[in-house]
Design a protein around this ligand. Structure first.
Ligand code: HEM
Length: 469
């Protein structure tokens, strides 16, 4: 006897995704004010809307309830891209710029037992680095503080104790590169180009394919390097946790970690700084109460860096919002849009001074949410990076009105290109006269040597005339 309820089939006369007119999501308005676009889509279509992602129709889940359903119900919403009907049937444009990243098969795009096993590897390899009691955790924490101080000292040396700075290019991006270099056990050659390649892939730029291939090749070389010369780093610990990983598999996992550690964590730093600087009252209140973790939660609620999460594919026909989604359809759950629901509940409830904002989806939810060890690590880095700014600067002000700041244009990440500020350093800030460490000498494979060499390379990058375009 069949004890399972029969699954519903979409009524033949309900509109399919392909039959609906879709408006392109990525417009100038979306770059400057995504909230207005989400609100209009909801008004027109309800909690789920058909939109165009660079010419390909996608269901965008906007309502908090619908987004949670998509994130949590693993048997209905699959991550494996092979469930995507349009791709399986060869209907996608060959040069669709978002495809390159999705074709890199790693933890995020696996389902069920294969996925759970891969997550265990990440969890086990990351654990020592976020634990306060372990030497790796302690050293990493100290290193993040030291790198932040070095960058402030560098700023003071180059621009003085008062002046103008871009907290993206001169603080956050180099800081995250230094942390990644150390945590991954990277050779010094990793630099700003890696960051740019990750941007190109996530934002779906015209050269997303070659950028993905370059970043992947770098990570695969790193995997081979650490297999031959293991150290106290994440790459080596991943191999310890799963010795069967090939260099290519490990390279793909590192590549995905590099996205989160470098780009997403960096954007969480910038988005948190921005919420404080633009005067978000609840964010500022938690900061002045010394609750840095809560400051990050509040900033994630206001502006999650992973604005629209990775695609899911419907295993079966299912009703979502006011539409019937067909088996094999593609859905993007929008954390940023879902947060509008939370914010609409109002200050009395979610964003009051004492009530936590942990209902936010900045870390995702369900089986693919950011692993707890990674969340701890991300929080440690963000709180240290943000805390150091407010420890060392007596004054930091935006030099542009917040609604004129330049944002990256892309469907996934809500990230600033620049965070231009006018600053004044405290008398106790790292000294402007402290010598900048010399470039690494011969041992380019030791972590401290890497960090020093990288800092020197960054110094040339930042002040040698090269600027991010
Ligand atoms: C503040 C920083 C971070 C934020 C906001 C963040 C956010 C997220 C989000 C939203 C997801 C789920 C995406 C989805 O379901 O589509 C995710 C997954 C993940 N994150 Fe994080 N993350 C951060 C830091 C990190 C760090 C530092 C690491 C590791 C070094 C990391 C490793 C991962 C991994 C491995 C996954 C995939 C989990 C899976 O698919 O099962 N994250 N993260």
């Amino acid at each position: 006897m069949d004890v399972h309820p029969p699954f519903a089939t979409a009524p033949a006369d309900s509109p399919t995704l392909a039959s609906l007119p879709v408006e392109p999501l990525l417009t100038a308005e979306f770059d400057s004010d995504p909230g207005a676009v989400y609100a209009r889509l909801r008004h027109t279509y309800g909690p789920v809307a058909p939109v165009g992602f660079m010419g390909v129709p996608v269901w965008l889940a906007l309502g908090y309830r619908e987004v949670l359903e998509v994130l949590r119900n693993e048997s209905q919403w699959r991550r494996d891209i092979r469930y995507w009907r349009e791709r399986a049937q060869g209907h996608l444009p060959a040069d669709w710029p978002l495809l390159a990243g999705y074709e890199v098969r790693q933890t995020m795009f696996m389902d069920e037992e294969e996925h759970r096993a891969a997550r265990r590897t990440h969890h086990s390899a990351l654990s020592p680095f976020q634990a306060t009691a372990s030497p790796e955790g302690w050293e990493l924490r100290a290193a993040v503080e030291r790198y932040a101080d070095e960058l402030v000292a560098l700023l003071a040396a180059e621009s003085g104790t008062t002046g103008f700075a871009d907290l993206g290019a001169q603080y956050t991006r180099p800081l995250l590169l230094m942390v990644t270099t150390r945590l991954f056990g990277c050779p010094v050659e990793l630099g700003d180009e890696l960051v740019m390649d990750l941007w190109r892939m996530l934002d779906g730029g015209p050269d997303a394919g070659p950028a993905t291939a370059r970043a992947l090749a770098t990570m695969t070389r790193l995997a081979a390097h650490r297999r031959a010369r293991p150290g106290d780093d994440l790459t080596s610990y991943m191999l310890l946790a799963d010795p069967d990983l090939s260099d290519e598999q490990l390279g793909r996992e590192l590549f995905m970690n590099a996205v989160y550690l470098n780009d997403i964590t960096g954007n969480m730093v910038l988005n948190t700084l921005l919420e404080v600087l633009r005067g978000n009252a609840t964010v500022r209140r938690s900061l002045s109460a010394g609750q840095l973790g809560e400051t990050v939660n509040r900033a994630a609620l206001a502006n999650p860096p992973v604005a629209n999460m990775c695609f899911r594919f419907a295993a079966r026909d299912v009703r979502l919002g006011d539409f019937w989604v067909r088996a094999g359809d593609i859905v993007s759950p929008s954390a940023a849009a879902a947060h509008q629901d939370l914010l609409a509940i109002g200050s009395s409830h979610m964003i009051g001074t004492t009530v936590s904002t942990r209902a936010h989806l900045g870390w995702g939810a369900g089986p693919h949410q950011c692993p707890s060890t990674a969340r701890e690590l991300g929080t440690l880095i963000v709180t240290t990076a943000v805390g150091r700014v407010f420890d060392h600067f007596t004054k930091v002000e935006l030099t542009l009105p917040h609604d004129q700041l330049p944002w990256r244009s892309g469907p996934v990440v809500r990230g600033l290109r620049l965070l231009p500020v006018r600053y004044e350093l405290a008398a106790t800030a790292p000294s402007a006269h402290r010598p900048v460490p010399a470039p690494a000498a011969t041992d380019t494979h030791g972590c401290d040597g890497h960090a020093r060499g990288l800092l020197a390379a960054l110094r040339r990058l930042m002040f040698g005339g090269k600027r991010e375009g």
